[in-house]
Ligand binder design. Structure first.
Ligand code: OGA
Ligand code: MN
Length: 296
């Protein structure tokens, strides 16, 4: 059966039907999906089915898998390389309001690009919905290639050669959460990535930023923060944003190299939400922080 693709937003994001995603995708189907990702950046599939093995093995068809931080997460999921995007503890019960894992995870509601705080940052994320709340909990996406295209020349020139420092501790700190011990901090050293990158799959220029981006290298901290804030405000204007309302069985693939995303609020004290994610590594970023990437 061949793919059918329906664009959902004037700039990006498409719904794909006529395919059951699985580890046994044909090479031709995988190539077709890669082309669609390069064009639309966000792909949405309904009525899919994955257990943890199948989600991981499907992710592997798209690249090498990026390990999540799994901050004090326990082992609810079968594989440590799957990110547990839920409000549930090891027993499948709702986490309490003061649960440290919950407080850490709230920063997923700030615009970000997965693993931008890693020396090898995230390429594609695949997020699968097992349980969705009856209201709230949408995920929003912003198109950073279109946002780049819409910058005025002045700003484009200013940011052309800038690099930003990214840290997971920065995004958590924005919400006033900093309960990390030295061992945890030492696992997430600050990293650097360019603010403007060429998206390899489409050769289009893209902004690369998000809430992990703390400041601009070589600028005074307040100047860099103002610049990042201006770019974030620009890039997340309504015309660049697509909102996805989850149904059980949805799988969304997004390209972290050219989009931002954020979760939207829901009553996580009352309703269960169980999403699981696999993310591939953007190996083009190996050279951004050579001292942090051991030669293989
Ligand atoms: C993620 C993420 C947002 C959400 O899975 O990386 O940021 O809506 N999710 O849960
Ligand atoms: Mn995320």
């Amino acid at each position: 059966m061949s793919l059918s693709i329906k664009q959902l937003h004037p700039l990006f994001a498409a719904e794909v039907s006529g395919i059951k995603l699985s580890p046994s995708l044909s090479d031709a189907q995988a190539a077709e999906l890669h082309d669609a990702i390069n064009q639309y950046a966000i792909l949405i599939f309904h009525d899919q089915h994955f257990d943890d093995d199948e989600l991981l093995d499907t992710g592997k068809r798209f690249g090498s898998i990026a390990p999540p931080r799994n901050h004090r997460s326990g082992d609810r999921l079968k594989h440590a390389v799957l990110a547990d995007i839920s409000n549930l503890d090891q027993n499948g019960e709702l986490r309490k309001r003061d649960d440290t894992r919950r407080l850490d995870g709230l920063a997923n509601q700030l615009w970000h690009s997965d693993a931008s705080f890693r020396p090898i940052s995230g390429e594609l994320s695949m997020l699968y919905a097992h349980v969705v709340p009856p209201e709230g909990g949408d995920t929003q996406f912003a198109d950073l290639r279109a946002a780049y295209d819409a910058l005025d020349d002045d700003l484009r020139t200013i940011i052309a050669d800038h690099w930003a420092e990214h840290s997971i501790l920065h995004s958590r700190g924005l919400l006033g959460y900093s309960d990390y011990n030295e061992a945890e901090r030492s696992l997430v050293p600050e990293v650097r990535h360019p603010v403007v990158r060429t998206h390899p799959g489409s050769k289009r220029q893209s902004l690369y930023l998000g809430s992990h981006a703390s400041h601009i290298i070589d600028l005074p901290i307040p100047d860099g923060r103002l610049l990042l804030r201006e770019l974030m405000e620009h890039a997340t204007q309504q015309q660049f944003v697509h909102t996805h309302s989850w149904r059980k069985g949805d799988l969304v693939i997004w390209d972290n190299r050219c989009t931002l995303h954020r979760g939207k609020r829901y009553d996580d004290i009352k309703y269960k939400r169980d999403l699981r994610r696999v993310t591939t590594q953007d190996l083009t970023t190996v050279d951004h922080n050579p001292e942090l990437v051991p030669a293989s």
